[in-house]
Design a protein around this ligand. Structure first.
Ligand code: RUB
Length: 326
């Protein structure tokens, strides 16, 4: 088995459907058909589960090698969201102890299902906790398209609260279009604004709710580019700034000094061909980091916590795995 670019290619035997599952999921994450940190985590876990389910062959050594390659391909699809890493790693947990391919298959399928269920439940819990912070008459702002943040907003609406939402366009991919469509379809009073209108509108905003791709051990939040600008504007306007993030968005690697890689995407997402002189360079980072001091609380499935609590929650969740290994 070898990985060529993005595709998993079998060099040992005839093509089997497992490669299609992995290559297809990886491509759908890469081209943003599947996007949002929670969804890509579930897609990654599910792909590994389906890989195991459809795997043909009984040689444990070959299976381990194929699983390693599959895991690598999925993890390489998008670099920033640690949720993908956590989803895949909680799926492969315990598989090293399996004595046979059948046993490994069972572990992987069970873990994948458990992760997806845990993830969906976490988003629902966050919605219920966060909705308590929205009051009648409030104006709320959100950025990009976060299922955790929109869960909060839709839950508050479901509870009969009357409030309005301002959603940013979120250039260059314009995920704000997805957000306003989803909220309008749910019956929420929603207004689309361009990204540069954030500070202008902020004075009228009571709460900001955004999602997270990765949360570091010191409580910084990595989310869609522009999130830190919302946080700064909210801070200046004394507006509450809430991050909605499941605990599988916490990055264990950051406890040991690793930096979060910020994805840079194609320049063609920013301008059309021929629109600007060729000599102009384009820089297209798609996430940024919001320091803990600009975040009022992180709403997780284990409660609403200050960013400074992230480290201790990580230690509790990781248990013995917390000891540093090279
Ligand atoms: C999406 C984005 C979202 C987080 C959280 O970026 O930044 O706010 O991923 O999403 P992209 P969720 O569109 O580039 O994936 O709450 O759905 O996990």
């Amino acid at each position: 088995m070898e990985i060529t670019g993005n595709l998993l290619i079998s060099v040992k035997r005839d093509a089997v459907p497992v490669q299609d599952i992995i290559a297809e999921t990886s491509e759908r994450i890469r081209d943003m058909t599947i996007r949002g940190a929670g969804r890509i985590a579930r897609a990654g876990a599910d792909a590994i589960g389906r890989f195991a389910e459809t795997y043909q062959g009984n040689d444990m050594e070959v299976f381990r090698e194929d699983l390693r390659a599959a895991t690598r391909t999925i993890l390489d699809s998008r670099p920033t969201a640690v949720s993908l890493w956590n989803g895949v790693h909680s799926t492969i947990m315990g598989v090293d102890d399996a004595a046979s391919v059948d046993q490994a298959r069972e572990i992987l399928m069970r873990n994948a299902r458990a992760f997806c269920e845990r993830s969906e439940k976490a988003v629902e819990t966050i919605a219920r906790i966060g909705a308590k912070r929205i009051r009648d008459g409030d104006s709320v702002m959100t950025h990009c398209n976060s299922s955790a943040a929109l869960g909060v907003i839709k839950e508050a609406h479901r509870q009969g609260k009357e409030f309005r939402v301002f959603a940013t366009e979120s250039r260059p991919w314009r995920q704000g279009i997805l957000t306003v469509t989803e909220l309008a379809e749910a019956g929420v009073d929603v207004t689309l604004i361009i990204d540069s209108a954030v500070r202008y509108v902020m004075n009228d905003i009571d709460e900001v709710f955004v999602g997270a791709d990765t949360i570091t051990s010191h409580g910084a939040v990595i989310n869609k580019i522009g999130t830190s600008q919302l946080a700064l504007a909210a801070h200046e306007a004394r507006t509450n700034f809430f991050v909605c993030g499941e605990t599988y968005k916490f990055s264990p690697m950051t406890m040991f000094g690793d930096m979060v890689e910020i994805e840079e995407r194609e320049t063609s997402e920013v301008v059309r061909p021929g629109e600007i002189p060729e000599s102009v360079k384009i820089f297209n980072p798609v996430f940024d980091s919001t320091p803990a001091q600009y975040i009022d609380a992180i709403i997780t499935e284990v409660g609403m916590v200050p960013p400074t609590a992230v480290y201790s929650i990580m230690v509790r969740q990781l248990g013995d795995a917390v000891f540093y290994k090279e």
